[in-house]
Design a protein around this ligand. Structure first.
Ligand code: BGC
Length: 765
């Protein structure tokens, strides 16, 4: 009998308690075996070999920091390396694994890590785009496919998911996470961990997840990468920590520490964070890795010399040192000088060996090297098919006047813009092993999807003309070469093409390398040369469909006022062009919703929907002076969290509550009727928000507490019911106790966070 069947029978016969008891016993048995194995191994290890397990050099293809590891082969043979990262392909991984298991004294296999962030070789939309799908099964699927490809290519550890809440689009890494909301961010964090790790790391296509960057990296002051963060504990607990915790609860086996400081102590050396919170309070059992040279950087943070900061990081709870070799170079001396204990070195070493054991590497160090699987699974037809579906689901329609989209199939189209016939940028930033040459651009996609469309292509502008940005991104691989033609001539060609067409589809935005690590911006406008092009095109009076590619919210106030339609496509991966084309011609009706607020101007930042009320809230209309407002702008965003249009329209009825009072034992149900009132079949993300009207501390004006993505045929209606429990009303109070407080609550349901129906209920004592 299969094990799962017997467990099922056991549950049926004796109830779930018996099942849990047996599972616990089985887990304890595995733990027992693992402990015996590792005790035995550690009893043979020298101090140097134990410290060696804590060393993670970079070797291979990518560099994400200022230092590159040297002499790695030799160190592996001496047992001074626990894992490597940036090496993949079965051949390259085999070479290093062989060194470890045939040439080192104790033959301990290596971990092979890599930033498989939004796909390994089949690339999915950048994570911010993925999150806009609000579809947990598609998000999990993207992680599953990434893990299948990565594991066939020799990898057993991904530095993902990145779950940092980010509310500052100046920060380039906002692209790598799931936006501004802790509830949605937590669901996505768990889905990604499940996708990577599956239900058992012993599966040959399961890889270790690494939740990053713990913690608060997304709150860097002024949106400048690596900058200081400073935050109250109550904000941390309620708004920033939940996604990390959700990933840990979902079983993530490793955690990467962030570069920033937290309450005066950089995360890498922060004992409160790494030991008290992560291990003691959350029960995390895996291992913690520093970020790239994160330990060495504590010297520049001003915490001490390399020896001091290395000892302090280890004692705080950082188990593995990425690239910096502070552990390798100094821990032995620190032990002799009694600055650290043997026990903390042993503990860190044990945690890393445990991960290797759970992955099954001691049983088969070559488990993750599978040439056959690599050949058949990587970039397979099926993976590309799924990538297209996922890319479509990530796209957000921001504006669509006069139903200009979908494009009419007899329309004459001027396809314009530096991103319209471009492959290089489609896979976005942090696309790791992705090969942009495999990507489909928009022009190619339109030809694939609608071969009969009448299309004329003109570039219209360089992707980037700004000298400072060019210098920075070209030095890091953007390879942007200015066109031979002058900007004026390029614009004039584009204007003539637009004049001859029925509609201009203009594909603009950022270069992919303007997003991701170390790409903070102070302006979020379209680059001036692209804006000049767009202004000239709108002056023709032709309908303008703006297709955007960007890693972050842009400030689109002018565009919103002046173009006919706007489709946000992020950087949507290997299948970008096919997916965009499907949306443009109406083969797929867009249903993505923003997971990050689009501000009107940089001056409004940080701007997010779940903010607090001030004591002098502004109603948006009056001219009263002493209100919390600007004298030169409204407070509200251009596009709010949760926003996104469809080719059809939806009407949401007033809310019906089955009763007015909720108690711990008795939830309430809130129901709306959602009707597709337009001319297309479509999907809507029906969103539930709650506001705790009076609390012992200030509470957000609304918080997402649930959503359902439903599909409705033209003319169809569906009832959508949310169950609201007393548990959902809990928050961390001033004493950091997780409580709910009796009283009145507002409940909102809508298709975005701004346009909502409202009802009120009460939580009884
Ligand atoms: C980034 C991490 C990444 C690491 C390894 C660092 O610079 O902050 O997100 O996982 O490099 O590439």
């Amino acid at each position: 009998m299969k094990k799962s069947t017997s467990l099922f029978l056991l549950a049926a016969l004796f109830g779930t308690n018996a099942l849990f008891a047996q599972q616990k016993k089985a887990a304890a048995g595995t733990d027992q075996k693992m402990n015996t194995y590792i005790n035995n191994l550690m009893s043979k290890m020298t101090l140097d070999e134990k410290i060696g397990q804590l060393n993670l050099p970079a070797v291979g293809f990518d560099v994400t920091g200022p230092i590159l590891s040297e002499g790695v082969d030799e160190k592996i043979q001496k047992g001074l390396v626990g894992g490597v990262f940036n090496t993949f392909t079965p051949q390259a991984v085999r070479k290093l694994q062989e060194l470890a298991v045939t040439k080192s004294r104790l033959k301990i296999p290596l971990l092979f890590g890599y930033d498989v962030v939004h796909g390994h070789k089949t690339i999915f939309p950048i994570p911010l785009g993925l999150s806009a799908s609000w579809d947990m099964s598609l998000i999990e699927k993207s992680a599953r496919i990434a893990a299948r490809e990565a594991s066939a290519d020799g990898l057993n550890w991904t530095f993902s998911p990145m779950v940092d809440i980010a509310r500052d689009p100046r920060w380039g890494r906002i692209s790598e996470g799931s936006g501004e909301d802790p509830y949605l961010g937590s669901l996505i964090a768990a889905a990604m961990v499940k996708g990577y790790q599956t239900n058992s790391l012993s599966n040959k296509d399961a890889i270790l997840a690494c939740v990053k960057h713990f913690a608060l990296y997304g709150a860097a002051e002024a949106g400048r990468d690596y900058n200081t963060t400073d935050m109250s504990l109550i904000k941390m607990y309620n708004e920033y920590l939940p996604p990390y915790k959700a990933a840990v609860d979902a079983g993530a086996e490793s955690v990467m520490v962030s570069f920033n400081d937290i309450n005066g102590t950089p995360a890498t050396a922060n004992k409160w964070l790494l030991t008290d919170l992560l291990r003691k309070s959350w029960g995390f059992k895996g291992f913690v890795v520093s970020d790239y040279t994160g330990i060495n950087e504590l010297v520049a943070h001003g915490l001490g010399d390399l020896k001091t900061v290395s000892a302090r990081s280890l004692a705080a709870g950082t188990d593995m040192d990425m690239v910096g070799e502070g552990f390798l170079l100094t821990l032995k001396t620190s032990l002799q000088e009694k600055k650290i204990t043997q026990a903390v070195i042993d503990q860190a070493c044990r945690r890393i060996l445990e991960a290797k054991y759970k992955l099954g590497l001691f049983a088969d160090p070559y488990k993750y090297i599978d040439e056959e699987r690599a050949k058949t699974e990587i970039l397979s037809q099926q993976n590309r098919f799924d990538a297209k579906r996922i890319a479509e689901a990530s796209m957000v329609l921001l504006k669509n006047n006069n139903q200009v989209l979908p494009l009419k199939n007899n329309a004459k189209i001027a396809l314009i813009g530096p991103l319209a016939n471009n492959k290089r940028d489609m896979i976005g930033n942090w696309s790791a092993a992705g090969d942009w040459k495999q990507a489909i651009g928009v022009m190619e996609g339109l030809k694939n999807v609608a071969p009969d469309l009448d299309i004329t292509y003109t570039k219209g502008a360089n992707l980037v003309d700004d000298a400072a940005i060019l210098k920075q991104i070209n030095a890091n691989g953007a390879d942007i070469v200015a066109d031979q033609k002058s900007p004026e001539d390029m614009i004039s060609d584009a204007v003539s093409a637009a004049k001859k067409a029925d509609v201009a589809v203009v594909v603009l935005g950022e270069s992919a390398l303007m997003g991701g690590e170390a790409t903070s911006r102070t302006s979020l406008d379209l680059l001036p040369n692209q804006k000049d092009l767009l202004k000239a095109l709108t002056a023709t009076g032709k309908p303008i469909v703006l297709v955007l590619m960007n890693s972050r919210p842009l400030t689109l106030t002018w565009e919103d006022a002046n173009v006919t339609a706007i489709l946000e496509t992020w950087f949507s991966g290997t299948e970008a062009g096919n997916a965009i084309a499907d949306v443009l011609v109406g083969n797929y009706n867009p249903a993505g919703k923003l997971t990050t607020t689009f501000p009107r101007s940089v001056g409004q930042i940080p701007l997010y929907y779940n903010h607090k009320s001030t004591g002098r809230p502004y109603d948006g209309v009056s001219n009263e002076k002493f209100k919390s407002r600007y004298i030169d702008s409204t407070n509200d965003p251009l596009y709010p969290f949760g926003y996104g249009l469809s080719y059809t329209t939806f009407a949401i009825s007033p809310i019906k509550l089955n009763k007015k009072t909720i108690s711990a034992a008795s939830p309430i149900q809130a129901t709306v009727e959602v009707k597709n009132t337009g001319n297309f079949d479509g999907e809507e993300v029906v969103q539930l928000y709650i506001q705790d009207i009076y609390g012992s501390v200030t509470r957000p004006v609304k918080e997402l507490k649930g959503f359902q993505k439903i599909s409705l045929k033209k003319g169809e209606s569906k009832m959508v019911t949310f169950t609201v429990t007393a548990e959902m009303l809990k928050f961390y109070n001033a004493d950091l106790k997780f409580v709910n407080e009796p009283g009145d609550f507002n409940l909102f349901i809508g298709g975005n966070s701004r346009d909502v129906a409202q009802a009120t209920f009460n939580l009884s004592k």
